[in-house]
Design a binder for this molecule. Structure first.
Ligand code: MN
Length: 134
């Protein structure tokens, strides 16, 4: 699956650094490499069905800006939100959540991330199927 998903950037290389926290294949393009900037800025592309584990951004926040495809964002105990081009998501400090592609579409978002992530359990196939069934 190598089709172009992002409307802004060429897909980055395989996201090997975080692969252990994802189900499925993803790609990461770093967008800011400036030692004076203490937030991470990069674009993640998820293959169809790929999602990251449940996680929490501690002592910070995360802003997602959708750059292509269709995806999901879900906070624990809340319905999943379907995301398309231009959607913006703010995740506050301490909120358990996950994000990723829909089953049938790849998905790209820019992620602006402050603080320290705590990676938790994968989004199970059952949890993912339940979101897709809505
Ligand atoms: Mn996140």
């Amino acid at each position: 699956m190598t089709e172009q998903t992002s409307k802004l950037y060429e897909r980055g290389p395989a996201n090997t650094a975080y692969a252990q926290y994802f189900t499925g294949n993803s790609y990461l393009r770093g967008l800011v490499a400036d030692p004076a900037v203490n937030v991470g800025v990069g674009e993640v592309t998820f293959e169809p069905g790929c999602r990251n584990n449940w996680h929490i951004h501690h002592d910070g926040y995360q802003i997602l800006i959708v750059t292509g495809g269709e995806g999901w964002y879900q906070e624990e105990g809340q319905p999943a939100r379907k995301l398309t081009l231009g959607d913006v998501v703010v995740t506050h400090d301490g909120v358990k959540h996950w994000h990723g592609a829909t089953k049938d579409s790849a998905f790209s978002h820019i992620a602006i991330t402050a603080g320290t992530p705590e990676w938790l359990e994968p989004v199970s196939d059952q949890q993912y199927a339940a979101v897709e069934a809505k």
